[in-house]
Design a protein around this ligand. Structure first.
Ligand SMILES: [Zn+2]
Length: 448
């Protein structure tokens, strides 16, 4: 390739990094660590991962990054969130789920408009980029505005419009979701992909889900759905549907014939786990949200043993209250050790793989993202190892999960482009986003 043909920021060589690729060993093995490694990026793809210095053919890159004090990791994957809910962060906490929804969240959401969602999602995107999250899966309203935010900030997103059949505008919502898929799938240099977003079996009766499946068939897209988050919805499903759990019910109607990303899966039986594994359903585990709302403990170690594809999600910022996937990885490790009375459960390497490749697998995107391997999209983060809490360096995988903070993420590359370098966001007016999101949130609360 000639120098003239090169575009700015499209050819990058990272040198001298400690590389944790997360691509080897699967979910149950210790992750491999390569000291003194190099990564070469051509366009939006990784073309070399190996010892530093890289072979001659990769060494005349337009941009070279000295990563001798940095760990290179695949970007974190937030497999379940509602990005624009950042506007409701800290608005209502420490409440029982249904009171929280009915008295606080839903009345505010009734006033949400397109520009609110745009600025809420912009806030979410820069928060995630700063925390090393390079991909997120979202289900909310005004999703074209979340798509605009993803496009404008440089992050990768898999978007679906939340569909609630019990609401009067359910057919309009389905049409909006279809239009989102038709208008945005593959946009922003392929960073935006789409799914259909039936909210949950308890808000979407079977006849509505059949319409959703028909649309999925025509569009060739998957599903993003909440499954078995609370005990109450599982009991209701068993009472209404001949003893079937929400997962058994979804399996019986053929929903899992489509690529499915299922959020939560907290109250699941052994039979449910068998179905999730056999049908290749991806699970987004949200330990922070599940603990804060006291939903319960998802049997994640059992799911992993059964071969279920488990990633991590933050859920919306009003039930977490941040979008920090690294924190979710630590919470997952801690929660399942405590719940199982066994400190060997979810070791650091497994938590790290869930935060990266596990999320990519759960979203059906593992052929493109989730690990640092030649041929994959260049979604790479560099973590600073010079802070006091990263010394001494006995085991960097342990440090990432048990000691590092999201603010240790120094540099973020998404789709081969530098989005943050040395903690400075590139081509993003961060102050304006903070100001606009704050103004929108205050105006929204005033309307409630
Ligand atoms: Zn959710």
């Amino acid at each position: 390739m000639s120098e003239i043909a090169r575009k700015e920021n499209t050819d990058i060589l990272i040198e001298g990094a400690t590389i944790i690729s997360c691509g080897l060993g699967g979910c149950n093995e210790k992750v491999a660590v390569l000291d003194e490694g190099a990564i070469a990026i051509d366009g939006d793809r990784i073309v070399y991962v190996g010892p530093s210095p890289a072979p001659d053919e990769f060494r005349d890159a337009a941009k070279r990054i000295d990563a001798s004090h940095l760990i290179a990791l695949p970007g974190f994957v937030n497999a379940h969130t509602h990005a624009a809910m950042t506007l409701l962060r800290g608005y209502a906490d420490d409440m029982v789920l249904m009171e929280w929804l009915q008295e606080k969240i839903w009345p505010i959401e009734a006033h949400l408009g397109s520009e609110d969602v745009y600025w809420g999602a912009m806030l979410a995107c820069i928060e995630m980029i700063r925390a090393g999250v390079t991909t997120f899966a979202d289900q909310y309203f005004f999703m074209e505005d979340t798509a605009r935010a993803a496009r404008d900030t440089g992050i990768r997103a898999c978007l679906s419009r939340g569909l609630i059949a019990t609401s009067p505008n359910s057919d309009t919502a389905l049409r909006e979701n279809i239009e989102l898929c038709q208008g945005w799938d593959g946009e922003a240099d392929g960073r935006i992909t789409t799914m259909l977003g039936p909210h949950a079996p308890y808000t979407c009766p079977v006849d509505f889900l059949e319409k959703v499946m028909e649309a999925a068939n025509e569009l060739g897209v998957g599903m993003h759905i909440h499954l078995s988050e609370t005990l109450g919805e599982v009991e209701e499903s068993r009472a209404k549907h001949c003893g079937m759990s929400p997962i058994e019910l979804m399996d019986s109607i053929g929903l899992f014939e489509f690529q499915t990303l299922a959020a939560h899966c907290v109250h699941v039986s052994d039979k449910d786990i068998e179905i999730l594994s056999a049908k290749g359903v991806g699970v987004a585990h949200n330990p922070g949200s599940n603990m804060k709302i006291a939903s319960g403990t998802a049997p994640v170690p059992d799911m992993l043993k059964a071969g279920v594809k488990v990633g991590l999600g933050t859920d919306g910022a009003s039930s977490n209250n941040n979008l920090d996937v690294l924190e979710e990885a630590r919470l997952a490790a801690f929660l399942h050790k405590l719940a199982n009375n066994d400190p060997t459960v979810i070791p650091a390497g497994q938590a790290l793989v869930m935060a990266t490749l596990g999320g990519a697998k759960a979203m059906g995107m593992a052929s493109d993202i989730g690990s640092l391997e030649p041929g994959k999209k260049a979604d790479i983060i560099l973590l600073d190892t010079t802070k006091p809490h990263m010394y001494p360096k006995h085991d960097l995988t342990s440090h990432i999960i048990y000691s590092a903070r999201a603010s240790d993420v120094a540099t973020v590359i998404i789709n081969g482009k530098l989005v943050m370098e040395d903690s400075i966001l590139i081509a993003i007016d961060e102050q304006k986003i903070l100001r606009m999101a704050d103004e929108r949130a205050k105006a929204l609360v005033a309307k409630a």
